[in-house]
Design a protein around this ligand. Structure first.
Ligand code: CP
Length: 308
């Protein structure tokens, strides 16, 4: 039995048992709250702060819903209207907010390593949950992606999972690989144009491809990624039509995958750039299921780190 997590900053090095416990707990949360129609009081009297320094639709909203469904109070810190715009430093903001009493901080930041920095600098017993830092980690996305796959294909050791797109700048790809590796996935393929691929030494368990037709051949799961333009130099931006022709998931390419291949994307999706509309909205798409699972996974993580 692995010990309870106090913080969740990355899935890297988390044992399989711990990841499975969080996925099991997500399903238990889903059932206990009857898909969100019944509120629980597990975290009554606790306060969760959403501290997002980068935009978000799915992650921020689902953390808020998750905390409220567990009975916690939620504060959404609005960076644009905060004293950050007057030059207040991150740690002064942290200590100011801590002084008002918080139990958990959910943080997203463009700088990789910010969640660990907050863990080191926090003065109170506050728990820190990473909602995405730079290109480094997005652990709750890794968990919800693993949960979505497990609901359809629990036999991870038999699966070929292809992750295609801007792997180099993707915190989702990193957390997905950490979760999938821990769960014993048979084969993980990473595919993208050379400038958007990471150093292979960072992913010793993965096979690298630059030809998407080859990478998707026989795959059971295809995870498509957005071009992270906000993390690229303007000179590195690929031509979008040429990119879609080589790396976009369309009906023809999906036919090369294994029968029933799950189509996934963390969102936001860019139709006609990394995925065709017919595929994003098609019968094999699990994209909205991923979004729904995000709430249950975040309930599980909040329940884990804030359990008394
Ligand atoms: N997948 C994801 O992190 O989406 P948001 O940026 O909308 O939170």
């Amino acid at each position: 039995m692995t010990s309870r997590l106090r913080h969740l900053t990355t899935l890297e090095h988390l044992p399989r048992e711990c990841i499975e416990r969080l996925l099991d707990r997500a399903i238990a949360m889903r059932d206990a709250c009857a898909h969100g129609t019944r509120k629980l009081d597990l975290l009554r009297g606790r306060t969760v702060l959403n501290l997002f320094f980068e935009p978000s639709t799915r992650t921020r909203t689902s953390f808020e819903l998750a905390a409220r469904r567990l009975g916690a109070d939620v504060v959404n810190f609005d960076i644009g209207f905060s004293s950050t715009s007057k030059g207040e430093e991150l740690y002064d903001t942290l200590h100011t907010l801590e002084a008002m009493h918080l139990d958990a901080i959910v943080v997203r930041h463009k700088q990789s390593g910010t969640p660990e920095e907050l863990v080191r600098h926090a003065m109170s017993g506050v728990s820190v949950i990473n909602a995405g830092d730079g290109n480094r980690a997005h652990p709750t996305q890794g968990l919800l992606d693993a949960l979505t796959i497990r609901q359809h294909r629990p036999d991870f050791e038999n699966l070929v999972v292809t992750i295609c797109g801007d792997i180099r700048h993707s915190r989702v790809a990193r957390s997905d690989v950490h979760a999938l590796s821990a769960l014993g996935t048979g084969e993980i393929r990473l595919c993208g144009p050379a400038p958007l691929m990471p150093d292979p030494a960072e992913f010793p368990n993965c096979r690298f491809y630059d030809d998407f037709d080859a990478a998707i051949e026989g795959a059971n799961v295809a995870i498509m990624l957005r071009l992270q333009k906000e993390r690229m130099a303007s000179t590195d931006l690929p031509d979008e039509a040429a990119y879609f022709a080589r790396y976009g998931l369309d009906v023809r390419r999906l036919a090369r995958a294994a029968k029933g291949c799950l189509v996934m994307h963390p969102g936001p999706i860019n139709r006609g750039i990394e995925i065709a509309t017919e595929v994003a909205d098609g019968a094999q798409s699990r994209i909205l299921e991923q979004v729904g699972n995000g709430v249950f996974v975040r309930m599980a993580v909040l329940g884990e780190v804030l359990a008394r």
